[in-house]
Design a protein around this ligand. Structure first.
Ligand code: UGA
Length: 471
């Protein structure tokens, strides 16, 4: 018999909505709260406000049953044993995370604690936030016997968040008391005990009943640091490979071969060694800055993180200069920009290197035709269509008459372009690839001059454009 826990998730953003749907999938009863009435209405009526694989399927399965949406925070808190806080923690001044949403939510939770509750930090927060939440609850007069605060960071990647949730590499629980740790253990039991994986309709992934999820119990501070340290380490891996890519370019080596050679060492591992335009998104830039800020506050020298950030910024300058040196001058040049999202398989454009590069190209006088399979609507809010910027319906339409095609996001669709058709569409066959989606020889064979990251550029010897494009 499934041990059902009543859960309240506050926040229906990427983290909150995925957590709510996944807890329902694990058999719990979930109330997902948001103060945005329009969003709650959309969610109740069957809409899915974010682009995330498997999320529509899970919401369709559990909406109105295991998961309900509400704006009534008080009622949801009163009805729940565990309250997950999944609100935004944007970057504030001097790199510190802005915790005002967390504080506002905690003050409201305080007014509705009617019996013992476990309050769980799911949002990415700096170390000692747990301590602060406890302090705020006590200040509001909540009896310390009536709550515990637990840190349970998420390690979800946008685009694969649902599978990452149901098949996690690890579940980290930072709890100060056995009572609180036990409640969180009960919540994750279907994954840790493995019963979920044997269930009909279970989402397939890396884990199974025989190889279930691992749960690690730590102190709250350790758990908070695990989250920041994990994101900072992944960002460091990316900056490291980008720095090596720049060196590889300077000595005519190939970063793809180097990354393969490095990644085969089990101690290093192959993940997060893709050189390119650098990392973006709502997590890495913010978390690297916040982690550095935390270290500074404690008087700990962690300048390494500043270097990680600087290398990441520089990658965009380097790419911009590649465009410039391939085209000589930019005013009036027609560029096809493939990609707007900060990475493939998401519609999220926060801190997207693609958006920043397009802005700079427009400022430099270029005319841009942009295309992204999912992020165009969101992009229009920061890059409105204009005489210099148009949004295209597809890759080949964007490439029509282009002086060069730029690949800015690693969408699968962009790795599978029909190169003959592309060559037919463009004015000049030049591809500048910020995500290394092609092999230089393949591009050369299709008549393109090809500039990528950390690999020698391959220039078409031929002047002008071969009409058929194929050899
Ligand atoms: C990241 C972490 O991977 C998650 O574990 C974490 O939970 C999440 O942040 C968070 O803190 O909420 P996400 O931002 O969705 O997830 O995206 P990633 O897939 O990690 O990619 C981040 C950026 O790094 C993207 O811009 C991507 O293009 C870039 N990247 C990634 C590279 O440039 N090279 C790589 O090898 C890998």
């Amino acid at each position: 018999m499934q041990d059902q826990v009543s859960i309240c998730v506050i926040g229906s953003g990427y983290v909150g909505l995925v957590a709510a749907a996944c807890f329902a999938e694990m058999g719990h009863r979930v109330l997902c709260v948001d103060n945005d009435e329009a969003r709650v209405k959309t969610l109740r009526e069957g809409g899915v406000p974010i682009y995330e694989d498997h999320l529509p399927e899970l919401l369709a399965r559990h909406r109105g049953g295991g998961v309900e949406f509400t704006t009534d925070l008080g009622g949801a808190v009163e009805a729940s044993e565990a309250i997950f806080i999944a609100v935004g923690t944007p970057q504030g001044d001097a790199g510190a995370a802005d915790l005002s949403f967390v504080e506002a939510v905690v003050s409201e939770i305080a007014r509705h604690i009617n019996n013992y509750k476990v309050i769980v930090e799911k949002s990415t927060v700096p170390v000692y936030t747990n301590e602060w939440i406890q302090r705020v609850l006590r200040r509001h007069g909540v009896d310390p016997q009536n709550f515990d605060v637990v840190s349970n960071p998420e390690f979800l990647r946008e685009g694969t968040a649902v599978i990452d949730f149901m098949h996690p590499d690890r579940i980290v629980v930072g709890a100060g008391t056995e009572r609180a740790a036990n409640l969180v253990r009960r919540i994750y039991e279907p994954l840790v005990g493995g019963s979920y994986y044997g269930q009909p309709g279970a989402l397939p992934g890396a884990l199974s009943a025989a190889r279930p999820a691992k749960l690690l119990i730590t102190s709250a501070q350790s758990s908070e640091l695990i989250k920041h340290a994990s994101n900072a380490f992944l960002a460091l891996k990316i900056s490291f490979i980008n720095a090596v890519a720049n060196l590889a370019e300077a000595v005519d080596a190939d970063i793809e071969d180097i990354a393969a050679g490095l990644g085969l060492d089990r101690r290093i591992g192959p993940g997060f060694l893709h050189a390119g335009l650098g990392y973006g998104g709502s997590c890495f830039p913010k978390d690297v800055a916040a982690f550095h800020w935390v270290a500074q506050q404690r008087g700990v020298n962690f300048e390494l993180l500043q270097e990680v950030r600087k290398i990441n910024e520089k990658q965009k300058d380097i790419f911009f200069n590649k465009v410039l040196s391939a085209l000589w001058t930019l005013p009036g040049k027609r560029l096809a920009a493939l990609g707007l999202a900060f990475k493939g398989n998401t519609d999220d454009i926060r801190e997207s290197p693609a958006i920043e590069i397009i802005k700079r190209l427009l400022e430099a006088g270029a005319m841009v035709a942009a295309y992204d399979p999912a992020a165009m609507e969101r992009a229009k809010s920061v890059l409105p269509p204009s005489a210099k910027l148009r949004y295209a319906a597809g890759v080949y339409e964007a490439a029509k008459g282009a002086d060069a095609v730029l690949i800015l996001t690693d969408w699968k669709e962009f790795a599978e372009i029909d190169l003959v058709r592309l060559n037919d569409a463009v004015r000049f066959p030049i591809v500048i690839d910020g995500r290394n989606l092609y092999k230089p020889q393949q591009m050369l064979d299709h008549g393109f001059t090809y500039v990528s990251v950390g690999r020698p550029a391959s220039y078409q010897a031929q002047q002008g454009k071969p009409r058929s494009g194929v050899l």
